[in-house]
Ligand binder design. Structure first.
Ligand SMILES: Cc1cc2nc3c(=O)[nH]c(=O)nc-3n(C[C@H](O)[C@H](O)[C@H](O)COP(=O)(O)OP(=O)(O)OC[C@H]3O[C@@H](n4cnc5c(N)ncnc54)[C@H](O)[C@@H]3O)c2cc1C
Length: 368
């Protein structure tokens, strides 16, 4: 029922704008409005804070179905979870009430600020600093590649509070867009997910009350990594949705397109490609849903399974979307058809929330 409802909404209100959002590299406001009106913009927020209380699998299905129509739009529910999960996992009750309530209502989105210009895969090498000053912390630094920066009201920021302790000297904070000293860079000009703004976040003597720290001092990096264990599964869901969208489009196209006097779908070479695409998507789906169940239960092998789902599903998305372009021939290579956009959008799923090389490092360190 959830899948049907989200699919209908995405087809009616999100898909019609996907090409323009990509072409104009503009924020998918129509998608945000439609998702918020239907309580699908941050479905993971628990009911006690006014949220929909969706479990990890339901959240995956929402993201998957939105991504099937528009990958940029799927980053609304996905990054709302990424940005706010540190608060849900490690924040005080007051912090949860203060920030989950407006998020659930649709009054403000959440972003996640881990990466920096010189700290990507090696995120613990970050330089952004937070220095205690009485009942306040003062933050200085630059966060890079922040999804939905400038649009979001709230930012989970990881910053160094003790430079002698590397990852154990990093703490997490909630920073608000309206805090004095917060500003944003120009939107990055990207290959894909062009509707999702990616910007730098500048923190210039941002003075915030001490109770904005998420969890205890020095636990920010652990919280950031624990968050990714859960949210890599949402990137797997995004990848899965993009791949399914490409397969569905290609499946229809090959019935219509005639060469040598018959639909190209009649050629076995085409049928075998479609069979492989569907097989890979189904394998990615099973891995992703199983990982979502593990996320919900907090299973001990979640770290491996989350990395495996993200790595596998994103590689599948890249293969399937590339094959979809191939199935449309020259037409597939143009912006008159959606598979070209889907192929560009798929690429990012192999890069963010840890590149697929990093996922392999994570898996190797956590072999079942
Ligand atoms: C569109 C977009 C949105 C993003 N959104 C966010 C966000 O909202 N919040 C956030 O915090 N970050 C975000 N990121 C950042 C993203 O997570 C990083 O780009 C990613 O982790 C890689 O870091 P890097 O770009 O510095 O690459 P690098 O770390 O410089 O990596 C370069 C290459 O080296 C490889 N490599 C690095 N180390 C190793 C190793 N030990 N072994 C093998 N290979 C290795 C990598 O796999 C990659 O192929 C986003 C990025 C993009 C492009």
């Amino acid at each position: 029922m959830l899948r049907d409802a989200v699919r209908s909404l995405a087809e009616a209100k999100i898909a019609p704008h996907a090409a323009a959002v990509d072409e104009e590299a503009r924020f998918p406001q129509e998608a945000l409005d439609a998702l918020t009106a239907n309580d699908l913009h941050a479905v993971h927020v628990p009911e006690e804070y006014g949220g929909a209380g969706a479990d990890a699998l339901a959240t995956v299905i929402v993201i998957e179905e939105v991504a099937r129509a528009c990958a940029s739009s799927s980053l609304i529910p996905a990054v709302n979870k990424l940005g706010s999960l540190p608060v849900i996992l490690s924040g005080s009750e007051e912090l949860k009430k203060k920030y989950m309530t407006p998020l659930a209502k649709g009054d403000g989105m959440f972003s996640y600020c881990l990466s920096e210009p010189d700290a990507g895969s090696d995120a613990a090498g970050m330089k952004t600093k937070a220095v205690r000053d009485g009942d306040f912390w003062v933050l200085n630094g630059v966060k890079r590649w922040i999804t939905n920066a400038g649009v979001s009201e709230y930012y989970t920021v990881m910053a160094v509070t003790d430079p002698t302790k590397r990852s154990k000297g990093i703490s997490a904070f909630v920073v608000e867009k309206s805090d004095e000293g917060v500003s944003f860079g120009a939107p990055e000009k990207k290959l894909g997910i062009k509707g999702s703004p990616t910007r730098e976040v500048y923190l210039d003597n941002v003075r915030i009350p001490a109770d904005r720290m998420i969890g205890a001092e020095g636990t920010g990096f652990a919280t950031a990594m624990k968050t990714l264990d859960h949210t890599r599964i949402t990137i797997a869901a995004q990848a899965l949705g993009i791949a399914q969208g490409a397969l569905d489009y290609a499946k229809g196209y090959v019935q219509e397109r005639k060469q040598f006097g018959k639909p190209i779908a009649d050629f076995q070479g085409i049928q075998f490609m479609l069979a492989d695409m569907a097989m890979k998507i189904e394998a990615a789906r099973q891995l992703t849903y199983a990982a979502a169940a593990k996320s919900e239960r907090g299973d001990a092998d979640l770290t491996f399974q989350g990395a495996a789902a993200k790595c596998f599903a994103s590689d599948v998305a890249m293969e399937v979307t590339t094959d979809a372009v191939q199935l449309l021939g020259g037409y597939g290579y143009t912006r008159d058809y959606p598979v070209e956009r889907m192929m560009r959008d798929a690429k990012i799923t192999q890069i963010y929330e840890g590149t697929n090389q990093v996922q392999r490092i994570v898996m190797a360190r956590n072999l079942p």
